[in-house]
Design a protein around this ligand. Structure first.
Ligand code: ADP
Ligand code: ZN
Ligand code: ZN
Length: 838
């Protein structure tokens, strides 16, 4: 890795030098290069690597960029423009972060600007629609030339306008040179959208008017309030909150939210006291971040299996950076994490605890909060941008959160002295960002980030990814395991159900096998809960004409539309194209259109008719799109407001329900038959994770797996709870067919609106690559869905030996891609690069 990193320079600039200073800037644009600007002499002492600067980009745009390097080398082949403004007095990107950005850009073949855009909350970015404002206090030292005068007048008249408006409506042909000089002289400000975008939260603060802040003054107030007892009472409470006479003399202030915790405080009375001039009320900024958590609990005492695992992790870390904790669900992995976090905190180190989006529920954060209280911050993509700006700034400050619990993108937060990264559910595919670039894998980025700090990494899972497991087997990673659940709760019994047999014997009821039906009846009778899993939302995957087999497809994509019964719509799950259900088949005119296959919505309908007494809730992207809806459903199910929960893989992660005794996997075949080299690895993981929801407390749970493919080795492995056998079986296939983790994969997806152009461009690129890499290049081929949102897709797959130098390969690939997209003939062809695809 380290040889890949370009070295950003932190040498202090020699201020006496008469040489010009230049800055290489990271711009928020998808180009894989830095841009050099001149640093005006007046700014040399203010500018630093990692600060934002405002620069003109192209003819019309202004952007905030990040200073990556400072140097004295004038670029040879172009004239540099000066930097307009240094936005930050201290860097907002730390040195280690810049190195990480560079690594991401090199490894995932994307622009530094892509990483910049992904990392910073929008409140810290400044894009080109910036508004210009004239400075009312500006007095010119000299007369302006005519053009400059026109620009200034225009902005003054408009009060505020965008740079685009100025260019369009102001007389000089190109007003930007004048604008730049006006900005330099502080005659015009760029009202940074960034300052507008991020607004601190405010609330009223109360303090005693300085005139009365002595003890005598306070007596005067109390005398005068004598006749208004309500005001007097409230004033006494206020005095208390301000820390008595001593606090008042110091000028203490107290916020409304704190006063409101005491319901004896009357705000109308406070207003009246303020109107009489005794106290001041002013609006002050407050933090959005909560910090009122009570005392922290110490970690629980580990049992002996957990203690041995902890010891094994420590021992592996002596010689290895990364360790894998392979522990069955409910074995106490989280308890071990809590111990390790405590150790890191005692050494004064920061900790990053990564969780996949869907596993970051209040269940886990509340549990961690009890141990880490105010030293822990949560970073979630559903947070408001303002909150994310505040977390970013707090992490830069001298009092950062010591523990960050967050999703994928929290690997991009600033850290000062990271000591430990935990990647929980490390096998989860949502750690990989699909779109847009950077298409990074947070687990892999985490190990690089840890390397920059010489920090340790713990990967945890009940079903490790093949990548990590093989790394552990080969001794690159340490390995520790927990094979039993905590407090000897038994692993669930897994019962495969042969659906072909059920159908033949006519035993099944709709989508329920007789076995599952009986088990659910029994559970409901015993007041236990049931979870039904189906990896597909909607009512049924598609509808079909019974007479001519016509299937409605998306207009923009090459996929059949999914039938949603509750809204009576056909919806494309790729682009959201929606249409009503036709009454008759448009092909043959017959009215016999019927649903095929089934999704969660259809299960819900059948559950309601098969178990009319049961209280049923469904959780999928349609019912739990917002975080709040998601937590509501989980909370209600936990509180036993429902008997049966139906869901997609949203229900499989990190949830712990007391009363669940039965889990039904409605159709295992849908997972097993996915056209994806990871399908059987994933199916095992999903089944194991969903099974982990059964029988966590109390008696042994049962998991029913309905399948048409009862002979599949996967089913046997699941029944025997033999993770290793399944993994080694799949690993052998991967090795034989040249797939990860034995080979590196890169997908090049060629996109264009016209099918033949796209096909020909892809063929040319593939041929160019094949001339160098031979049969390591596959395709081009249309992917499973070969048109999305009106773009045709062709995929080229690159398979490389692990031993080959990744940077050399990537350089060659990018040369060829750039040749292609730079060629007039292939104008508008796009190539999406995905390294280590999911
Ligand atoms: P995992 O993370 O492997 O799924 P958890 O850490 O959530 O397992 O443990 C499962 C349950 O057992 C939790 O309710 C947890 O509080 C409890 N538990 C595990 N280890 C201990 C321990 N050493 N002391 C007390 N409770 C424990
Ligand atoms: Zn038809
Ligand atoms: Zn579509």
């Amino acid at each position: 890795m380290s040889d890949n990193l370009r070295h950003f320079s932190y040498i202090p600039m020699n201020e006496k030098s008469h040489e010009n200073t230049y800055a290489d800037i990271i711009m928020p644009v998808p180009l894989r290069r830095l841009f050099t600007y001149e640093v005006p002499q007046t700014m040399v002492s203010m500018i630093a690597v990692g600060s934002r600067v405002l620069v003109q980009f192209g003819a019309k745009k202004f952007y905030s960029g990040i200073v990556a390097t400072l140097h004295h080398t004038k670029p040879i082949n172009y004239d540099t423009k000066p930097i307009c403004q240094v936005v930050d007095s201290t860097p907002i990107i730390l040195p280690a972060q810049l190195k990480l950005w560079q690594w991401i850009s090199d490894y995932y073949i994307c622009a530094l600007g892509d990483v910049y855009r992904a990392a910073l909350p929008s409140g810290l970015k400044l894009e080109s629609e910036s508004r210009l404002i004239s400075n009312p206090e500006f007095v010119a030292d000299t007369l302006f030339d005519e053009k400059t005068e026109m620009v200034l007048n225009f902005v003054e008249q408009q009060k505020s306008c965008t740079i685009a408006e100025l260019s369009q409506h102001c007389a000089p042909h190109n007003p930007l040179p004048q604008l730049r000089s006006l900005i330099e002289q502080n005659a015009i400000f760029i009202s940074e959208e960034l300052r507008d975008a991020y607004k601190p939260k405010k609330e009223p603060f109360y303090s005693v008017n300085e005139q009365y802040s002595s003890e005598d003054g306070l007596c005067v107030i109390m005398d005068k309030l004598e006749k208004a007892p309500r005001q007097l009472d409230t004033f006494m409470l206020l005095m208390q909150k301000l820390g008595g006479a001593y606090g008042i003399a110091k000028g203490n202030k107290v916020g409304r939210s704190e006063l409101a915790t005491d319901d004896r405080v009357s705000f109308p009375a406070l207003k009246a006291i303020a109107d009489r001039g005794f106290i001041n009320i002013e609006q002050l900024s407050i933090s959005r971040l909560k910090s009122d958590f009570e005392e922290c609990e110490p970690p629980h005492q580990l049992n002996s299996a957990q203690q041995s695992a902890l010891d094994a992790i420590h021992e592996a870390w002596q010689t290895k950076q990364v360790s894998l904790l392979h522990g069955v669900t409910s074995s106490g992995k989280t308890e071990i994490y809590i111990h390790l976090i405590n150790e890191a905190l005692r050494e004064g180190k920061q900790v990053l605890y990564l969780l996949p989006e869907i596993a970051l529920s209040t269940q886990i954060t509340n549990r961690l909060r009890r141990h880490f209280g105010n030293s822990m911050g949560i970073y979630h993509s559903k947070f408001s941008d303002a909150e994310r700006v505040e977390i970013w700034n707090k992490q830069l400050s001298s009092e950062p959160y010591q523990v960050i619990v967050g999703v994928r993108s929290s690997v991009l937060l600033p850290f000062h002295n990271l000591g430990l990264i935990i990647v929980d559910e490390e096998h989860e595919q949502s750690y990989k960002q699909q779109d847009p670039a950077p298409r990074y894998h947070a687990r892999d980025v985490a190990t690089v980030l840890a390397g920059l700090f010489k920090a340790k990494v713990l990967l945890g899972s009940a079903t490790p990814s093949m990548e990590s497991y093989i790394n552990a087997q080969q001794g690159k990673y340490g390995y520790a395991s927990l094979t039993t659940r905590y407090a000897d709760i038994e692993m669930p019994e897994i019962i495969p159900v042969d659906m072909r047999e059920e159908h033949k014997q006519r035993m099944s009821v709709g989508i329920f096998s007789s076995k599952l039906k009986e088990a659910i009846d029994e559970a409901l009778k015993n007041k236990e809960q049931v979870i039904l899993f189906q990896n597909r939302r909607g009512f049924s995957p598609y509808i079909e004409c019974n007479d001519c087999s016509w299937v409605p497809k998306c207009n923009n994509c090459d996929v059949s539309l999914t039938y949603h019964k509750s809204t009576s719509q056909l919806i494309c799950h790729y682009c959201s194209y929606t249409m009503g259900v036709p009454k008759v088949c448009p092909e043959c005119g017959q009215p016999h259109l019927s649903p095929h296959g089934f999704g969660t919505e259809k299960i819900e309908e059948q559950v309601k008719s098969a178990f009319p007494e049961a209280r049923v809730v469904r959780m999928d992207l349609d019912t739990a799109r917002s975080r709040k809806a998601y937590e509501q459903i989980i909370g209600d199910f936990e509180a036993y407001k429902y008997d049966i929960l139906i869901g997609t893989q949203m229900i499989s992660k990190g949830l712990d329900f007391e009363k669940v005794s039965i889990v039904g996997i409605m159709n295992a075949d849908a997972m097993m038959n996915m056209p994806d080299f990871r399908a059987l690895e994933r199916s095992y993981q999903l089944i194991a994770q969903v099974s982990g929801r059964a029988g966590r407390h109390g008696k042994r749970g049962k998991v029913y797996i309905q399948t048409n493919d009862i002979e599949s080795p996967l089913i046997a492995n699941v029944v025997r709870d033999d993770f290793k056998a399944n993994l080694l079986w799949q690993a052998a296939e991967r090795q034989q067919y040249h797939y990860p983790p034995y080979y590196r994969l890169i997908y090049l997806t060629v996109k264009h609106r016209t099918e033949v152009i796209n096909r020909n461009a892809a063929l040319m690129l593939a041929n160019d690559l094949r001339a160098i890499f031979g049969d390591r290049i596959m395709g081009p081929q249309a992917p499973m869905v070969n048109r999305i949102s009106n773009y045709y897709l062709q995929r080229i797959v690159v398979k490389m030996e692990r031993s080959a130098s990744p940077s050399t390969i990537k350089n060659i690939i990018m040369d060829k891609v750039n040749n292609l997209i730079g060629d007039q003939q292939w104008r508008n062809v796009q190539v999406v690069v995905d390294v280590d695809p999911n």
